[in-house]
Structure formats: structure tokens, C-alpha cells
Design a protein around this ligand. Structure first.
Ligand SMILES: Cc1cc2nc3c(=O)[nH]c(=O)nc-3n(C[C@H](O)[C@H](O)[C@H](O)COP(=O)(O)O)c2cc1C
Length: 211
């Protein structure tokens, strides 16, 4: 088995003031960060350059940290609240900054809601989006229901099943991410040439960039 840790960055899926989903993303940052096979880091769309008068890959060069993270990633963990049975536009806008960079990487979906469905309806809709990006989605989502009472007053987790469910989520994500890492390293793909071209364009753009 490959003995180097997998890199699985976490993307928080909302910019809302008072967002409860941030608490889940930070809990995951802590838990996943302590997993022996994974290194991770948290990305927040509030800290990305996502102006309201542009969309898509033209914003890639304004978001080098996210671009470089995705290029190095073995997979992603998307943490999305449910807004009107969908995922927030801010999550989609952050994802849309890149395209081929995502191809043949794993993705695990975490849904968060105030109600009892753990963001399940948002995650179902997100599956079609990540598929279009070339990400390979696992079938073991992590659903966080009743997020307002996830922690008690002392800051302890109130859901005794959380860690077991997280473990199931991560076990599958690690398997898929490791399998895809092997595939990227050992099997030629129709996307290799496109990725090399994107890398060359990136390097040329960065070399031209003033100081
Ligand atoms: C615009 C909006 C729409 C929402 N729609 C739903 C919904 O369809 N289903 C649901 O369970 N909760 C819904 N909620 C409540 C969120 O699940 C709740 O705010 C939860 O804390 C997670 O979102 P947050 O990170 O923004 O706090 C909605 C919240 C907002 C702001």
C-alpha cells in the first residue's frame, strides 16, 4: 500500500452570516486532521475571490490556493448546508472556478441541516454537479441533522453516533481516493494531455504576473 498520506482538502459550502455549517467543517478539520492516512486543510469561499460580476474559470488565477490544493488533492470533502432543498450558490461558485483540475479525484459529501434530513436533498443535487466536474463521488455521505444542537453548552458533541458515522464516511473516501491515486499514477488517461496543457498555461501566467 502507498505509505504516504492522502491529501483531502475540505471546502465549506456557505458564506452566510452565522453559518452553523462552519462548526461542522471545523469539527471535520480537527477529526480528519488526526486521521493517520489523511492530511487536510479548510477552504472557505469567503476567503476566495468570487465577485458578483464574473463566474467560472476566468477566476482561477485569482484563487491560486484553491487551484493548487485541487491539483495536489487525492480527493475533496464538500460540507454543504441545505438551502431550499438545494446547495448554496456560494459552493457552486467556488467549485466552478476550476474544471479539468478535478478529474479523477475522489469526493465525499457532508450535508448539514437544521431539520432532520441532514442535508440529504442538497447532496442528491450536488451529485450531478461533481460528476460533471469529473470527481468520483463516494456512496457513503455524512449527514448532520439538527445542527443547532450538535454541541451541548460545554462544547461536547451531543450525537453519540457521529464518530461512528464519520469513520464509515472516511473509510470509504480513503479507499476511493487511494484507488484513484493509484490510477492517476499508473494508468494513462484521456485527460493527461489536457492537464499538462493547463499546467503549462498556469506556469506561463504565473511567470508573467508582476512580482
Ligand atoms: C436560504 C436558506 C434556506 C434553507 N432551506 C432549508 C431546507 O430546505 N431544508 C433544511 O433542512 N434547512 C434549511 N435551511 C436551514 C439550514 O439547514 C440551517 O440554517 C442550518 O443551520 C445549516 O445552514 P447554515 O450553515 O447556513 O446555518 C435553510 C436556511 C437558509 C438560510
Amino acid at each position: 500500500m502507498d505509505d504516504t498520506r492522502l491529501y483531502l482538502p475540505i471546502l465549506l459550502g456557505t458564506v452566510r452570516q452565522g453559518r452553523e455549517t462552519e462548526k461542522v467543517a471545523r469539527l471535520l478539520l480537527d477529526r480528519v486532521g488526526r486521521h493517520p492516512e489523511i492530511r487536510t486543510e479548510l477552504f472557505d469561499p469567503r476567503e476566495m475571490v468570487l465577485p458578483m460580476d464574473d463566474e467560472g474559470q476566468s477566476l482561477k488565477f485569482e484563487n491560486p490556493a484553491w487551484r493548487n490544493a485541487v491539483m495536489q488533492a487525492d480527493g475533496l470533502i464538500l460540507v454543504s448546508p441545505e438551502y431550499n432543498h438545494g446547495y448554496p450558490g456560494s459552493l457552486k461558485r467556488a467549485l466552478d472556478v476550476l474544471l479539468t483540475e478535478y478529474v479523477h479525484r475522489a469526493v465525499g459529501l457532508v450535508g448539514v441541516s437544521a431539520g432532520g434530513f441532514g442535508g440529504a436533498r442538497a447532496l442528491e443535487k450536488l451529485v450531478g454537479v461533481v460528476r460533471e466536474l469529473g470527481l468520483m463521488v463516494t456512496f457513503t455521505d455524512l449527514n448532520v441533522s439538527n445542527v443547532g444542537s450538535l454541541f451541548d453548552e460545554a462544547g461536547a458533541l451531543t450525537d453519540p453516533s457521529f464518530d461512528k458515522r464519520l469513520d464509515r464516511f472516511l473509510t470509504e473516501l480513503v479507499w476511493v481516493a487511494r484507488t484513484l491515486r493509484w490510477g492517476r499514477q499508473n494508468l494513462p488517461s484521456a485527460y493527461d494531455q489536457r492537464l499538462s496543457k493547463l499546467q503549462a498555461e498556469w506556469d506561463a501566467h504565473m511567470a508573467r504576473r508582476p512580482g
